[in-house]
Design a protein around this ligand. Structure first.
Ligand code: ATP
Ligand code: LTN
Length: 327
């Protein structure tokens, strides 16, 4: 089974990225032949700083190894190291509808109110479809916010297959049962995000222990006093319960009953402690890995070789089926 997922090189990674996606990369690397891509080409679709992109890309590679990706069991690479991704995006734009791209909520949200909206922000999902389809992917582990993009990738694959002949596997998104959409701690009706959320409500994987505890202590909760999981009615408390469930490995009903007679204050303290404990060892490994840039670059080089080799036959097939004269 082929597994593929991509992750942006911009911003610092937060607990939503970890719970919604990164921890499932770690799980799926043992369930199939897994490819994980740092999507640096996607990162230039919004305002960004070149030096920042450069540094964040290496930071993220170190972080992904630190959370548990194993270069022996999966392939981690940079999108820009494999030219097939940019090529596939152009070729697949022929079977992507302008109208469908315009309906993407991420495009609308990230473009809203901006003086300059790049053409790349609009065509972003085509590049993503290419990422996935080039690897004949079966499953794509992602958070809930990517549902619409996965649907588009499936539509693109189906349209290509029916117009040019069977070429692509139709991929399927897999979303975590708990924590597919972690909310901002200050505004629990909005998704946690480094690009759109509040700083105080966004817990970073690399935040210091006292910062993590403080962010949870000051989390916005709901009216009432009982610790009960009810996302519609109690978004703040339910979000904390989901985070605690993942961080401590305790099912949600067991958490609810363990707070009988105790209040939100205890819950906030416990979530903070559990997250500090979860991230502590990852932070230590991150510091070690990030310090050896030569080794990081070597691992990414090996990953890119494997990715190039794996995607090449599908890229060639795309060109041939579309009628190009090959060299
Ligand atoms: P951000 O909103 O912080 O800018 P992003 O969604 O734009 O993040 P990535 O960092 O590439 O971009 O996301 C990596 C993975 O994390 C994706 O699979 C995405 O679905 C998931 N993810 C992002 N935010 C959350 C969240 N709040 N809860 C659960 N999963 C999330
Ligand atoms: N759009 C995704 C990142 C991404 C991706 C992919 C995810 C780019 N290419 C391929 C899965 C598969 C995001 O913003 N999180």
């Amino acid at each position: 089974m082929r597994v593929f997922s991509g992750i942006q090189a911009t911003g610092e990674k937060h607990i939503g990225n970890y719970i919604g996606a990164m921890r499932n990369y770690v799980v799926t690397q043992d369930e199939g032949d897994a490819f994980f891509c740092i999507v640096d080409l996607h990162s230039i679709t919004v305002d960004y700083d070149p030096q920042d992109l450069h540094d964040r890309t290496l930071d993220l590679a170190a972080l992904l190894f630190a959370v548990g990706l194993d270069p022996e069991r999966c392939t981690l690479f940079l999108q820009s190291h494999v030219p097939a991704h940019a090529e596939a995006a152009w070729l697949l734009s022929a079977v992507t509808g302008f109208g469908q791209l315009g309906r993407m909520t991420q495009f609308k949200e990230k473009g809203e109110g901006k003086e300059f909206v790049s053409a790349g922000l609009f065509t972003y999902p085509v590049l993503m479809a290419g990422d996935i389809l080039l690897y004949q992917t079966d499953i794509v582990p992602v958070g809930d916010d990517q549902r619409q993009h996965i649907e588009l990738a499936r539509d693109v694959a189906e349209r290509f297959n029916s117009r040019y002949g069977e070429t692509f596997k139709i991929p399927r998104g897999v979303f975590p049962e708990v924590g597919a959409r972690i909310m901002d701690l200050q505004e629990p009706t909005k998704k946690m995000s480094t690009t759109g959320g509040t700083a105080q409500g966004t817990v970073l994987v690399l935040d210091a222990p006292d910062v993590i505890r403080k962010k949870f202590k000051t989390a916005v909760t709901d009216s009432g006093r009982d610790v009960r999981y009810a996302p519609g009615e109690k978004p703040g408390v339910s979000n904390l319960i989901e985070i605690l469930s993942v961080a401590s490995g305790t099912p949600i009903p067991a958490i609810e009953s363990s707070y009988d007679g105790r209040g939100y204050g205890d819950l906030k303290g416990d979530v903070g402690d559990a997250v500090v404990e979860l991230f502590g060892p990852m932070q230590e490994r991150y510091a070690e890995l990030r310090a050896d840039e030569g080794e990081l670059r070597r691992l990414l080089h090996v990953g890119a070789d494997k990715a190039r080799e794996t995607s090449a036959p599908t890229l060639e097939q795309i060109y041939e089926r579309m009628g190009f004269v090959r060299p």
